[in-house]
Write a protein that binds this ligand. Structure first.
Ligand SMILES: [Fe+2]
Length: 212
């Protein structure tokens, strides 16, 4: 679990995004910092139980509950880092035509447009969670997923490539609850596709960049 050091909240300079206000981002950074704190706190508490080298019988209920909560806090921290990390001021709605992401989407979905229709439709699904494009590091293939809360629905070993928070806190200061599609449109206009493509593995980076 544990690197030995507490996690520190990362800083993201996202001021001036299109359609996602600074006020929303400030509030969202605070929520993210809460997950960093939660991860560190739970980790410390679990370590306390393990100090004597075993989990005593009377400790099992508390130990189990903390361990169950760890997945929520940990994924809450990590997914927010992916989410903030794949946006930037001056982002673009779609990647360049020759980009490795477009190629990967074509291979897996038939076309980028079909990939996008799937991703956006997942983002509009009712419920609390995330839309995430994951890559299978073995085949390089992409697949889109609905993640409930922060931790349910991911595929083990797959790598997050594009992460979109669709919890209401991500947009409620800027849009009404029923206006999630407008927020998704705004999110797409801020995507840092270079950051997305740096996450891709097992692709022909060189030939793609050569055609740029
Ligand atoms: Fe969030």
């Amino acid at each position: 679990m544990i690197t030995g050091k507490p996690y520190e909240a990362k800083q993201f300079n996202l001021s001036g995004l299109n359609g996602i206000s600074d006020q929303t981002l400030e509030m969202h950074f605070k929520l993210y910092e809460g997950y960093v704190t939660g991860t560190n706190t739970l980790t410390d508490k679990i370590r306390e139980f393990l100090k004597d080298g075993k989990v005593d019988q009377e400790e099992v209920p508390a130990y189990s509950e903390l361990t169950r909560r760890l997945g929520f806090e940990f994924n809450g921290m990590v997914l927010h880092e992916y989410y903030f990390g794949n946006m930037k001021k001056g982002g673009t709605v779609d990647p360049e035509k020759t980009s490795p992401f477009i190629k990967a989407a074509q291979t897996s979905f038939g076309s980028y447009d079909i990939w996008k229709a799937d991703f956006v439709s997942i983002g509009k699904m009712r419920g609390v969670g995330w839309a995430i494009c994951l890559q299978d590091p073995t085949s390089g293939g992409l697949s889109n997923h609905w993640i409930t809360l922060h931790e349910t629905g991911s595929v083990a070993g797959f790598v997050p490539v594009l992460v979109m928070d669709v919890w209401e806190h991500a947009f409620l200061l800027d849009y009404k609850p029923a206006e999630r599609p407008k927020y998704i449109e705004a999110f797409f206009s801020n995507i840092d596709w270079n950051a997305v493509e740096r996450r891709l593995q097992n692709i022909e980076r060189d030939s793609a960049s050569a055609t740029r």
